[in-house]
Design a protein. Structure first.
Length: 114
């Protein structure tokens, strides 16, 4: 998997969360217009600046919070990392300059157990 493939894989997982009933908003990040950051981080090891987004999850219950947490952990097991944040009823994933992929493979065995 390449970094851009890992990005699209992450978007697939986000779509799965949305299909499960979690309210999700995806907005472009403002940092993608920052020339200094673009010059610094627009490398083959990063996702292209035109794809940088903030993913916001609105959480209605503990089950949804757990699904988001499990998805983030699963992506981490697949070698995908990015900045996260949030509050009691809200989570954010920053698919921006912090997005990092370390060579790995989807762990389908772990997925089957969860």
């Amino acid at each position: 998997m390449t970094t851009i493939e890992a990005y699209y894989f992450t978007l697939e997982k986000i779509n799965e969360l949305k299909e499960s009933g979690i309210s999700i908003t995806i907005n472009p990040t403002t940092s993608k217009n920052n020339t200094a950051l673009t010059e610094k981080f627009d490398t083959p090891n990063n996702i292209p600046s035109k794809y940088l987004v903030n993913v916001s999850f609105e959480i209605e219950n503990d089950e949804q919070a757990e699904k988001i947490h499990e998805a983030a952990n699963y992506l981490g097991l697949c070698g995908i990392r990015f900045d996260t944040g949030g509050t009691e009823n809200h989570r954010d994933w920053e698919l921006d300059w912090s997005f990092f992929y370390q060579k790995g493979e989807e762990n389908t065995e772990w997925k089957a157990v969860s």
